[in-house]
Design a protein around this ligand. Sequence first.
Ligand SMILES: Nc1ncnc2c1ncn2[C@@H]1O[C@H](COP(=O)(O)OP(=O)(O)OP(=O)(O)O)[C@@H](O)[C@H]1O
Length: 237
Amino acid sequence: MTLGITLDSLSLGYARGPVLREVDLTVRPGEVLVIVGASGSGKSTLLRALAGLLTPHGGRVLAGDEEVTGTSRERAMVFQDDGLLPWRTVRRNVELPLRIRGLPRGERRTVAEEWLARVGLEGHEDRLPRELSGGMRQRVQLARALAGAPRAVLMDEPFGALDAQTRAGMQALLLDVLRDTRATIVFVTHDVDEALLLADRVVVLGSGGVRTTIEVPGPRDPAADRAELRAKILKEL
Ligand SMILES: Nc1ncnc2c1ncn2[C@@H]1O[C@H](COP(=O)(O)OP(=O)(O)OP(=O)(O)O)[C@@H](O)[C@H]1O
């Protein structure tokens, strides 16, 4: 079952002041919603609130019909700097959400290995995260996020620290895995081309709110000409 997420007059900020004010936005079940915006516009802040890591100053976040008050295995997170546990092997990192779901040990291992093969890490299962490249660690994070069969995946600049070639490879991998998952994806990026490659809709944040929301026709078609949409987004940034 996919998960719709509703931001209902959501205001977010920190002790030093507000960042976003009274944002209303609906993430449709199963869509890929990409959030772009200038540095400091509140992209990560918004994502943290969706994850349940930040309490709103006002309004609320609904995941389905339920108000978000904390983290949940239904909403997996993928961060830019890998959130992997450094003392656990690659396999045992991916097994973690499966353990939380209560899968028996043997099954955990099978599912984790299937996902690791899916992201091209067969043969690396027994390595520690520090023994992998940045791109490989992001693959492990992706496998870990999806192995737990979450209903939503919240991704904060997951490819932001990777070189251009590795990044393109990760985008292709993500497009590939998204074909088979029905999870709702909220993806934060600085990169307008990445947004247009992945999104059903692009939300541009700015001046404490949503500047504009842009629907991408025929989404996830790498051959599509996005020059016009690109110009439109750049104008809003
Ligand atoms: N933990 C925090 N405590 C206090 N202020 C914070 C904290 N995190 C972010 N901020 C402030 O909130 C505002 C929005 O930050 P946020 O990280 O959400 O922006 P962003 O759009 O993700 O930026 P970037 O693209 O640079 O990552 C900024 O002014 C930032 O200084």
